[in-house]
Design a protein around this ligand. Sequence first.
Ligand code: ADP
Ligand code: 5GP
Length: 189
Amino acid sequence: MAGKLIIISGPSGAGKSTIVKHLKENTGFELEFSVSATSRPKRENETEGKEYYFLTIDVFKSQIEEKQFLEWEEVYPKQYYGTLKSEINRLSQSGKNIIFDVDAVGGTNIKRQYKDAAISFFIKPPSVEILEERLRNRATESEESLQKRLKKVRLEMTYARRYDHEIINDNLELTLNEVTKLVSDFLKS
Ligand code: ADP
Ligand code: 5GP
């Protein structure tokens, strides 16, 4: 595979999508987003095939059986997420670099498979309270979905040290500059 891999992970609300969007749109790096499959419901502002491929749980499980995933996780109870092998094959053919937004476990799995061809970032919120505030302000989750996300934060944070870089996303501009610099150096190496 000619391109390199950039893995962005961390708890829900940490700022992963914001960082991915910045790297894709404002840097000039040749990045293709790995569109994951998920069994969670589509949010109002999301488009099939752009943020995710939205599947029913039954279809998701049959694709697991058929070994169609590079990696998959039941990130929240009854909500599956995974990287399809077909997606990676499709993007690899373009020769571009691939950027992933995956959960704490998925990120370590992809890094283990691709080693030095991948750079991995764990994005941390300044505190769980601030994370909750950001998730509430984002206003995309039901109370139940929000609680599911908050319940997982402490466990997810224990994966941080397995990543190449741990970034505390306090001031957004500083975060974006820091990640951009590290990705730039990695792509040149
Ligand atoms: P994730 O993709 O990790 O779930 P998002 O990128 O959607 O997180 O960020 C969660 C919310 O917090 C969004 O509304 C985003 O605009 C906001 N946000 C991200 N980074 C910061 C920051 N450094 N300061 C304040 N708000 C932020
Ligand atoms: P959200 O529902 O907020 O879009 O994502 C919830 C969590 O699932 C996030 O931590 C996100 O990074 C993770 N996620 C998204 N796609 C994948 C994937 O393909 N694999 C894994 N392991 N996690 C994913």
